[in-house]
Write a protein that binds this ligand. Structure first.
Ligand code: R5P
Length: 294
């Protein structure tokens, strides 16, 4: 029997691409909200004895979490052989320790609950920092898709004479990986985050790269402040207008508007989260990793 891919709301494109990539079949379910905003889920497809893949990217996770829990439960109750989760954006990875007494380490707590909802997980470039591997917090097999090659191919094709810029020292490995594939030079900035919405960025001396187009590469654009502050520093240094390239287009609140006002040459993201800046399709490597787990 072919694997069945069930799209949670707004994941229909992802589900269709996965179905194509793994030669599966798109399933049917009904999702709606009751007037009091509670979730309603009805499984329509027959799942008995089948491998089921839930396609659910999990940006803005709080409102999606219950829908996912209900879907996974009903799929299991109806006899699915295995239930996997394709969540290209994996949230709650950034509070990866308790910085103040009493703070919930949400990365671990969220991972605990999500691990109860699926037999395996495929995601794209989760924000791994103090947690080095998903297996430290996830209690199920996981496969990570790396967007670096797809991003590198896009930069090589679209940007002339790029200079890659990573946002901070932690991004060095990743930025180097992309830069090596693009065959372009790279530098990393220094970042100091003062609170949720403010960062201070300092860039190295870039005088030798004035003829290059800076390409800021990051895993996430959330408030956009990392990108915006870097653009400001590049402007002060008299560099060309930069491109902003990221894996996950989270764009919290007015972030996209503010980033555009900062005047980049362009913004390109992968389609882990649907957004008008999606220029880099990452569904093929996601399908490959699903095939490894199914
Ligand atoms: C941080 O460590 C990440 O790599 C990103 O630089 C960060 O999450 C971007 O966040 P924001 O858009 O809020 O500056």
């Amino acid at each position: 029997m072919k694997p069945l891919i069930l799209a949670l709301p707004a994941n229909e494109n992802l589900a269709a691409r996965i179905a194509l990539g793994i030669q599966g079949e798109v399933g049917q379910a009904e999702f709606r909200r009751f007037p009091d905003d509670e979730s309603y889920v009805r499984l329509i497809s027959e799942v008995e004895g089948r491998s089921v893949v839930l396609a659910a990217t999990l940006d803005r996770p709080d409102s999606k979490f219950v829908q996912l829990a209900l879907t996974s439960a009903i799929v299991r109750e109806n006899g699915a052989k295995r239930v996997g989760l394709a969540a290209p954006y994996l949230p709650y990875m950034r509070q990866d320790r308790s910085f103040k007494p009493g703070e919930a380490m949400s990365a671990r707590i969220f991972a605990h609950y999500l691990s109860g909802m699926a037999d395996w997980l495929v995601t794209v470039d989760p924000h791994l920092h103090r947690i080095e591997r998903l297996s430290e917090v996830y209690n199920m097999p996981t496969q990570v898709v790396h967007a670096s090659s797809s991003i590198a191919r896009w930069i090589a094709k679209e940007v002339e004479r790029p200079l890659l810029i990573g946002p901070d020292e932690e991004s060095l490995q990743w930025t180097k990986l992309v830069a090596d594939e693009v065959k372009a030079p790279f530098v990393v900035s220094r970042k100091h985050r003062t609170d949720d919405r403010h960062v201070e960025i300092s860039i190295p001396d870039l005088r030798q790269w004035k003829d290059r187009t800076p390409v800021l590469v990051d895993d996430v654009i959330s408030t956009g402040r990392t990108m915006i502050e870097t653009i400001n520093r590049l402007q002060e240094a008299g560099m060309k207008r930069p491109w902003c390239v990221a894996t996950h287009a989270v764009f919290a609140g007015q972030a996209y508007h503010h980033l555009r006002l900062a005047g980049p040459a362009g913004i390109a993201t992968t389609n882990t989260i649907t957004h008008e800046t999606n220029a880099i399709d990452i569904s093929a490597p996601i399908s490959e990793q699903i095939l490894n787990l199914i």
